[in-house]
Write a protein that binds this ligand. Structure first.
Ligand code: SAH
Length: 213
């Protein structure tokens, strides 16, 4: 598991690319500049690790495009110490970004193979989530609610009600909603039943799957 000056240089270029695409949150840019993304991918993709592209990981899933990770994280407005729930642990890259930013991260993954692999891998890099859970993200994590922020990293055909209910007042849910194409959507909880909704254009994610699929 090597992280060389070459990797660091490529990472700085990647940070510049996502800056030119509109990301301004310094804490997000710093996290992406620090995390060895090449270690989250199979070795055959090493050369691609610092391009602004999504790539396949195990179990037919993908590691999201760095711009998308940055965009979603910026919408979450993470502060040090915030309690954040991620749906779709996948490679663990997004989880590492949140850990770098000082969040207390809970992350759920429904693919056992990925859950096992990432649970072993993240601590080796020094990223310690509060809890990695093998389970169904549609249900959220009621036993640890409420959260300052919830981030869904798979395309949701609809907004799961439990996720809205597990936000603190002022808390934010960032979720790509749609079947073939997803609209990046931000919900901010304003009261027990009041939510503000904002939409931010189209993205493409692997689907958020229901339990039995
Ligand atoms: N955040 C990940 C992106 C992984 S892609 C990263 O940084 O690499 C989306 C992930 O969501 C996949 O790993 C997929 O298995 C998972 N997923 C799909 N449906 C889910 C569900 N209902 N609950 C939890 N995870 C789910």
């Amino acid at each position: 598991m090597k992280d060389t000056f070459k990797h660091k240089g490529l990472r700085q270029q990647l940070v510049n690319v996502i800056k030119t695409k509109g990301i301004t949150d310094e804490s997000v840019l710093k996290a992406i500049g620090n995390i060895p993304r090449h270690l989250f991918m199979d070795s055959s993709f090493l050369d691609h690790a610092y391009q602004d592209k999504a790539f396949p990981i195990a179990a037919d899933q993908t590691i999201s495009q760095p711009f998308t990770v940055a965009f979603q994280t910026e919408l979450l407005q993470v502060k040090r110490g915030d309690k954040i729930l991620e749906i779709g642990t996948g490679s663990g890259y997004q989880c590492a970004v949140l850990c770098e930013m000082g969040a207390k991260v809970y992350s759920i993954e429904r693919q056992q193979e990925l859950f096992k692999k990432t649970s072993k891998f993240l601590p080796k890099l020094g990223y310690r989530a509060k809890k990695l859970i093998f389970g169904d993200g549609y249900k959220g994590l009621p036993e640890e609610a409420p959260f300052d922020g919830i981030i869904v990293t798979a395309g949701a055909p609809f907004v799961p009600k439990p996720l809205l209910g597990q936000l603190k007042e002022g808390g934010r849910l960032v979720i790509p909603v749609g079947v073939d194409v997803q609209t990046m959507t931000l919900f901010i909880r304003k009261g027990s039943k009041e939510f503000e909704k904002h939409e931010f254009g189209d993205f493409r994610f692997v689907p958020l799957l229901e339990d039995k699929n």
